[in-house]
Ligand binder design. Structure first.
Ligand code: PLP
Length: 407
């Protein structure tokens, strides 16, 4: 048995804090957004963690997501509903990317996307806090992860997705026990329905960043990168940014690890990647704004980053600016070309959002924002198997004469 999942370990959450105003909220109570309408961040007693959980001790544990228990919010092991959240590999793509490019392949996680990291944590906390019914707007992957974990522990789920969400996502959500509805609108229109029901007390709102614990789950990407890079960090990170949970989470993880003495003060340049058909963060970055306006008429093949308005916009923008990185938009043709190149040249089937990071990396090289000698990590956030692939329907008649030499 995995001791990460069978042993109770000391926990260190002290309180929660409004990410905008710093206002304090009590731990171990049900919270949504802060009174200022912004995400809540979980705070830990880092000096105590530093005293009891040295880096070497964590490093000696099995390498799954639960090795980081002291830095996670779940108090009781019995609240953890696990489907096997492995440490994801860093896969080189020398031909389509370059000599120092590694893809963090999150498609290997349960339900085939990195949404599992956030939802495994949020569902454990929902279970701990006695929530019985959850609703969520999704572009697909978050709904699937929610359905899987919530169903496993008997929490009822209702999921709303834009009506053009790929069929496979809608079906996987339903297959794992959620009630799923297609809505004639975008993800924030779905979010409005969720918010209305939550205000009426019908369910708990699990929208991105509207509950505090998905960030903590996504933070493990930053913890893992540090461990995988020998307690240093890569020089650049390319993150496909919708709600930005992962980017915000990794940035938080870096600060916590520095406070623990696990890493130094050096940070990667953080690149927030969006599609040019939906680039509210890029527009705000370029205009020097602290918050991002809603993007109208959002469209892109990369559905996971089709998020017209992000409630954590200012947290994304701050992290990107502090890191010396940049918010960049890439077009659908470049995204699809990148997906094709990774598969055909390096044998790695990535999702369109992952393709966006490769396309942006290439653009960043051209613009001199990164150097080929610098280590760069691209996030492939979901398995390429969930997405449409080019037709390949050549057939053979086994009764006819087959010219094998021309096959
Ligand atoms: C959710 C999702 C994203 C965006 O992640 P955020 O952390 O919410 O910005 C990117 N790609 C895929 C495939 C997703 O499912």
């Amino acid at each position: 048995m995995n001791p990460n999942l069978t042993t109770d370990r000391p926990t260190f959450v002290t309180h929660l804090e409004c990410s905008l105003t710093g206002e304090r909220y009590e731990a171990d109570q049900l919270h949504g957004l802060s009174r200022a309408g912004r995400p809540l961040l979980v705070r830990y007693d880092l000096p105590s963690i530093r005293a009891v959980a040295p880096r070497a001790m964590i490093a000696a544990r099995p390498t799954d997501l639960w090795r980081w228990r002291e830095l996670l919010p779940v108090r009781r092991t019995s609240d953890i509903v696990s489907l096997g959240e492995i440490e994801t590999p860093l896969v080189p793509i020398p031909k389509s990317g370059g000599p120092n490019v590694l893809v963090k392949d999150e498609g290997r996680l349960p339900t085939g996307s990195f949404k599992a990291r956030g939802l495994v944590m949020a569902v454990a906390m929902a279970k701990a806090l006695g929530i019985k019914k959850i609703a969520m707007p999704t572009n697909g992957n978050a709904g699937a992860a929610l359905a899987a974990y919530a169903t496993r522990c008997g929490i009822e789920t209702i999921v709303f997705c834009p009506d053009d969400t790929p069929e496979i996502n809608v079906r996987e959500i339903a297959a794992q026990g959620a009630r799923v509805y297609r809505v004639n609108g975008l993800i924030d229109d779905c979010g409005a329905i969720v918010g209305k029901g939550a205000a009426e007390g019908l369910w708990f709102d699990f929208s991105t960043l509207k509950e505090p614990y998905r960030i903590e789950g996504k933070k493990t990407m930053g913890l893992e990168l540090a461990a995988q890079f020998g307690w240093k960090l890569p020089q650049a990170i390319f993150y496909p940014t919708g709600g930005g949970t992962g980017l915000i989470g990794m940035w938080k993880a870096f600060a916590e690890m520095e406070a623990l003495g696990w890493i130094g003060s050096e940070r990667p340049k953080m690149f927030a990647i969006q599609s040019s058909g939906c680039a509210p963060i890029v527009r705000a970055f370029e205009a020097g704004e602290e918050h991002a306006e809603r993007w109208e008429d959002a469209h892109t093949v990369a559905a996971g980053i089709r998020v017209p308005k992000a409630v954590g916009d200012f947290l994304i923008l701050r992290a990107v600016r502090e890191s010396g990185g940049r918010a960049m938009a890439v077009g659908d043709p470049a995204i699809l070309q990148a997906v094709e190149d990774a598969a055909l040249k390096d044998g790695l089937l990535i999702c369109p959002e992952g393709g966006a990071t490769l396309a942006a990396y290439r653009e960043a090289l051209r613009l001199g924002l990164v150097d080929e000698d610098e280590s760069a990590v691209l996030f492939n956030c979901a398995t390429g198997l969930k997405y449409p692939m080019a037709d390949a329907s050549k057939t053979l008649d086994r009764f006819a004469e087959i010219d094998l030499a021309v096959l």
